[in-house]
Write a protein that binds this ligand. Structure first.
Ligand code: SF4
Length: 433
């Protein structure tokens, strides 16, 4: 066991008054921490906002002094947390000039070279999957040989290594997403509100059953093209069903009864039918909130109902009432008639359903917005219990829409139109059960 190498992973929430709070730690952080720990590296996750809630006098600087890490990782996954995170990195580097600071996550991957050029306080960016690259970095391997790494050489030149590492089944065998004890004060974490709009304080396991997506919705940075470009992911990677079952079983230890998932990259495949069958066979009792990328069919809805608690819900995202606009912006298209029939079936099965719309979409017109209002009323007529949300969508770095808007952006990370656009993600809830 190597006691000398220590890795500290810090989560920085969005501390600005506007935008979502981003209290949620990206699930990959837990997996990476467990992966490093299993390789003999002392690893800890710190949620700065949580620590401050527990202790007004908490100081990340004092904590770093005490933990004395070899390397400090601060992810910039969601763009809304980027300003707060970069400020924190600058603060840490000022106190510990020789401490290696690495960042990663989706937004950092997108802006990797720019981050290194503009912020000398950031030493490394890992683009895409990070388990093995971070391990090598922590073990002081020659940066030239570390896949997915962006770094500076002795002449301060930014070097972009090849993106050749991706998570695989062999890596999955070596770690878990559910070793929550690696997070300091993890019990309190599960009581935290994760976002501005959520009132729910019950422990929720946010976990996707794989990585990637086959869709390319214009407004989303998690689609296939973005994943290819920034994460070198050419196809969807599903975690093996036995692995997922083992992770869900682990939740019992922590008394977590709710699982939220946002991974439905092939809406009409039988992957979830097989997974749900195994969940039932293993008698795993959970409430599940499932984000449907397309429209679920009757078999899926029936199996979902048979597998999870009555409090579970299917979340549908038509985005707009305009079929023409939906066809343009959303990959897994369906008609309004399909949508209303599906909602009617879900309601008939006495199941819960939430429906998500958004405004500020590319190509959206006033006429489209009127169609959304019309559809919204038709959904309300099916049942007043259906939860309907209408939210302003952000311009998301890495999305096709963002890529097409690059003329709006200057060369500077901060001075670009990027920062002012990081604003309103708050949801307007239209109706409540
Ligand atoms: S919004 Fe579209 S592209 Fe993004 S993850 Fe969902 S289905 Fe895939």
């Amino acid at each position: 066991m190597d006691q000398e190498t220590k890795v500290l992973l810090i989560h920085v929430a969005n501390t600005a008054k506007k935008g979502p709070r981003i209290n949620l730690i990206p699930m990959g952080t837990f997996f990476i921490a467990d992966f490093l720990k299993n390789k003999g590296i002392k690893t800890q996750i710190i949620h700065e906002n949580l620590e401050k809630q527990l202790d007004n006098n908490f100081s990340i600087i004092k904590h770093i002094k005490k933990f004395n890490p070899t390397i400090c990782c601060i992810s910039i996954n969601w763009h809304q947390q980027s300003t707060s995170t970069i400020k924190k990195i600058l603060e840490i580097k000022e106190s510990f000039p020789s401490l290696k600071i690495v960042t990663g996550g989706f937004t950092a991957s997108y802006f990797a070279e720019k981050l290194l050029r503009e912020f000398p306080s950031i030493d490394y960016v890992i683009r895409g999957d990070a388990e093995t690259p971070l391990y090598k970095l922590a073990k002081n391997t020659d940066p030239k040989t570390i896949p997915n790494l962006i770094w500076r050489n002795n002449k301060k030149k930014v070097i972009t290594n090849k993106k050749t590492y991706q998570i695989s089944n062999s890596i999955l065998r070596n770690a878990s997403f559910t070793n929550f004890k690696l997070l300091k004060n993890y019990q309190t974490y599960f009581e935290m509100r994760m976002n501005t709009e959520s009132e729910n304080n019950e422990g929720i396991f946010y976990f996707s059953a794989g990585r990637g997506c086959n869709g390319n919705c214009l407004y989303c940075a998690g689609g296939r093209l973005a994943q290819q470009k920034f994460n070198n992911r050419n196809s969807v990677f599903y975690y093996p069903i036995p692995f997922i079952i083992s992770e869900l079983k682990n939740l019992r230890k922590y008394k977590i009864n709710t699982w939220n998932s946002c991974f439905d990259p092939n809406p009409y495949s039988d992957f979830y039918i097989k997974l749900f069958k195994e969940i039932r066979r293993n008698k795993i009792k959970l409430t599940h909130h499932f984000d449907c990328f397309g429209l679920p069919n009757k078999k899926f809805i029936d199996d979902f109902k048979a597998t999870f608690s009555q409090k579970s819900a299917l979340n549908l995202s038509p985005e707009t009432g305009s079929e023409t606009l939906r066809k343009k912006i959303k990959s897994f298209y369906y008609t309004n008639t399909n949508l209303l029939e599906t909602i009617t079936y879900i309601v008939k099965q006495k199941m819960n359903c939430s429906v998500y719309f958004s405004t500020n979409q590319p190509f959206e017109t006033l006429a489209d917005q009127k169609k959304t209002q019309q559809l919204l009323k038709e959904i309300q007529k099916i049942s007043p219990k259906i939860e309907i949300y209408n939210q302003k969508i952000d311009l998301e770095p890495g999305s096709i829409h963002f890529e097409n808007q690059t003329k709006l952006f200057t060369n500077s990370f901060f001075s670009s139109n990027f920062s002012p656009k990081v604003t309103n993600s708050s949801s307007l809830k239209v109706s409540k059960a």
